[in-house]
Design a protein around this ligand. Sequence first.
Ligand code: XIL
Length: 314
Amino acid sequence: EPSLREVAEPTGRFIGTAVNDGLLSNGTYSGIVGTEFDSVTAENAMKWEAVEPQRGQFNWAGGDRLVQFAQQNDQLVYGHTLVWHSQMPGWLQNGSFSAAELRTIMTDHVTTQVARYKGRVQRWDVVNEAFNEDGSFRQSKFYQQLGSSYIADAFRAARAADPNAKLFINDYNTELDNAKSDGLYRLVGDLLAQGVPIDGVGFQNHLIVGQVNGPAIRQNLQRFADLGLEVAVTELDIRMQMPADSSKLQQQARDYRAVADACLAVSRCSGITVWGVSDRDSWVPDVFEGQGAACPWDENYRPKPAYDALRDAF
Ligand code: XIL
């Protein structure tokens, strides 16, 4: 049987997964990542706390490991993420800086990281999770001190550091047309009108089994695509109340299929990344009490119905 990447490649879309670089030494894990996917996203290794644990001191070990793996396996790399309120290093989170200093800290970080991977990371989540659920800007340290202009500044710094990388803004609960995605839509329109270098919008798609509305997701992807931007499904997983059973797993397969169909129906939707290979490695049980089994492979790295559904979609 063909792999996911083998069926995806003729469609011109990428199929990716979040990768925990610490697991790449596990042959089963790295075998699946290398064979089934043609794009990889660092699950944590390219986040600010991992990359710049002390101000001006960069640790590229995890990111480099992933990029090297990707090159060996002829894969794209989706860079995640440059500016985000979460997983910031302590010196940044707890430090107090003037606005001018914080702006410099941010643009230096963006510049250094994008330059490091110039030509080797094709897409970047430049700004992650900038919105509240009501569509207003999240009161992150960056927003509080710099106002919304931090977003444009981050994109400009990224573009200058690698003119060929595609620059994304990424968020969750923006999959449907709602207050949050409306806020994102307004921002992106403003950025484009101001000539800010943005190329795409990422939709995380951390979803719940039985609550996936494929046509509504397609419609919302399309309205962003109609701005002339690339769109992508960047962190797909579909969780369920545990324990799993066969009817939930079948519903999950239909839900995965619905998301894949939505992307494939939008010509500017460049690809789909799942947020983890197997239920064993997924972030879901740690964060969503009582929920899990959100990935296409089970705890023993056996493909689930969701895997077949994904493959059938291409
Ligand atoms: C998650 C990782 O999967 C976890 O390992 C980590 O502990 C917390 O972050 N939105 C994002 C991702 O943009 O970076 C998050 O990843 C999941 C939610």
